[in-house]
Design a protein around this ligand. Structure first.
Ligand SMILES: [Ca+2]
Length: 91
């Protein structure tokens, strides 16, 4: 759990080069590299851009740490729903 949290933070920081925001291009690379198996359409640049626009709450064209966490929360939610749906007998 702790290593997962650290990994979430270090992934952001390496994409943002230590800054507070990652650029649109860095976000695209990060999604393709890190989330290719979890998310559909990561090979489609327009789909990733669309997703980035959805996350970009302050509309500055960049992805802040908070906006990035929104994506992480969304993915965690999707994984938990898959687990709940596909393994009804597992307690
Ligand atoms: Ca933003």
């Amino acid at each position: 759990m702790e290593s997962a949290i650290k990994s979430i933070v270090t992934t952001f920081l390496s994409s943002s080069k230590g800054g507070e925001n990652m650029s649109g291009g860095a976000f695209q690379k990060m999604v393709k590299k890190q989330l290719g198996t979890m998310m559909e359409d990561t090979n489609s640049s327009s789909a990733v851009k669309e997703m980035q626009r959805g996350l970009d709450e302050n509309n500055d064209g960049k992805v802040s740490f908070q906006e990035y966490l929104t994506l992480i929360g969304y993915l965690a939610n999707a994984v938990s729903q898959q687990k709940c749906g596909s393994n009804p007998d597992t307690s």
